[in-house]
Design a protein around this ligand. Structure first.
Ligand SMILES: C[S@@+](CC[C@H](N)C(=O)[O-])C[C@H]1O[C@@H](n2cnc3c(N)ncnc32)[C@H](O)[C@@H]1O
Length: 379
């Protein structure tokens, strides 16, 4: 994940983890929109697509996005061939001309291989591929077609921003994505960003203002601070979800930040993060110094992150800052934990006789946008 050409050698273990996170996140995301009757078109953008594979043929992000759009049993192809199903467009972008040519070749190889094994008469992806060779900043700042797609609420957009450096995602780009309807994105933060982040003028002002101390020698904490910086840019009236995952490679730390304006999008991402990090759901490097797997006191149900969040939720309930289940589930999710943690805390407080419920208690902790509301009353 250093600045050398990532596609010219075999992907490292950490790059594979990053790609697994992209894959799993997209795997969860895509079917939601395939089956959404209000969505007419799904746009899958890979803005820094690379050439499509590594030196030994492992799939890179554009190929992964196509593979996951079919599904392991081609189940999504079947759904996409139904009447009124959304159309799908893959917009893969690579700035380097030779890599763009390789990308064209690798995408068309993957597509031909898929069709040669297929038993369906029709393919929903026949006209789906578009590979461009643009500078990302020109696309996001000046491309009218892209901007129209971004602002259309009947179009679902998944945007992958696997940049080398950090300069591509500035405050304006971030806010443009945040303010686009049905637009979810993941962006990558290189290790070098940690060192230079604090020197960006907007960031310096933010740190001074909020009296935030930022210690670049503690990169584990830095990703939380960086995510909080971006979170702080979101207009306060906007209901938005942001979560990050840190990947350690030797002494370097890389980060992924996922953003969505729908709780379901974040439920899916957070689930993937906790699958990879059973203690904190936010890194491959034991961010809170919990007991490690294989040591005597290891207990994934009793981690520092989980215990801290349980404590915070409990006190927010008892101080009447969280007064209903919907607020509580959202609070937990917005803080990067699975919403079931909230239900566990409520059950404990009910058992202890510290609260009661006004309305009908329910344990639902997935699809929280559809949960039936109940109020919490302190006894
Ligand atoms: C980290 S690599 C992407 C790797 C890819 N996601 C994969 O899985 O193989 C970043 C890519 O972005 C390209 N790139 C760099 N600057 C760019 C820009 N301004 N606009 C578009 N692409 C750019 C680079 O040539 C490089 O191939």
């Amino acid at each position: 994940m250093a600045k050398k050409d990532i596609n010219k050698s075999e992907f490292s273990e950490e790059t594979k983890l990053k790609l697994d996170l992209f894959r799993e996140c997209y795997r969860e995301w895509f079917p939601v929109f395939v089956h959404n009757p209000y969505i007419k078109h799904i746009f899958v953008y890979d803005m820094f697509a690379g050439s499509g594979t590594d030196s030994v043929g492992n799939p890179g992000s554009p190929i992964i996005l196509f593979q996951e759009s079919r599904g392991d049993r081609k189940q999504h192809c079947k759904s996409l061939l139904k009447k009124n199903a959304p159309q799908v467009t893959f917009a893969f972008n690579e700035f380097e001309p030779t890599k763009k040519d390789e990308l064209d070749e690798n995408v068309s190889k993957e597509f031909s291989a898929c069709k040669s094994q297929c038993t369906e008469n029709e393919c929903p992806f026949e006209k789906s591929f578009y590979c461009g060779q643009n500078d990302f900043s020109n696309l996001i700042n000046g491309n009218a077609n892209f901007n129209q797609i971004l602002s259309n609420k009947n179009y679902a957009k998944f945007i992958l921003l696997d940049q080398y450096g950090f300069k591509q995602i500035n405050d304006d780009v971030f806010l443009k994505l945040v303010n686009s309807p049905n637009t979810d994105f993941i962006f990558f933060i290189a290790s070098s960003f940690i060192k230079r982040f604090k020197d960006l003028p907007a960031v310096t002002a933010y740190f001074d203002n909020k009296k935030i101390s930022y210690d670049e020698t503690k990169p584990k904490e830095c990703h939380r601070v960086i995510t909080d910086y971006f979170r702080n840019l979101i207009p306060p009236e906007k209901n938005y979800y942001l979560h990050s995952f840190t990947i350690q490679k030797g002494t370097n730390y890389y980060g992924l930040i996922f953003g969505t304006n729908h709780s379901l999008g974040m439920e899916k991402f957070v689930k993937v993060c906790w699958r990879h990090d059973k203690q904190a759901g936010e890194s491959n490097c034991n961010i809170d110094n919990d007991f490690e797997l294989g040591t005597l006191f290891y207990d994934p149900n009793n981690s520092i992150r989980r215990n801290t969040m349980e404590g915070i939720v409990e006190s927010k309930i008892l101080q009447s800052e969280i007064t209903d289940n919907i607020t509580g589930l959202n609070y937990v999710l917005k803080n990067g934990c699975e919403p079931k943690l909230f239900v566990e805390v409520v059950k404990k407080l009910l058992q202890q006789g510290k609260i009661q419920v006004d309305g009908k208690f329910n344990s639902q902790s997935t699809n929280i946008h559809k949960v039936e509301k109940y109020k919490i009353v302190i006894i």
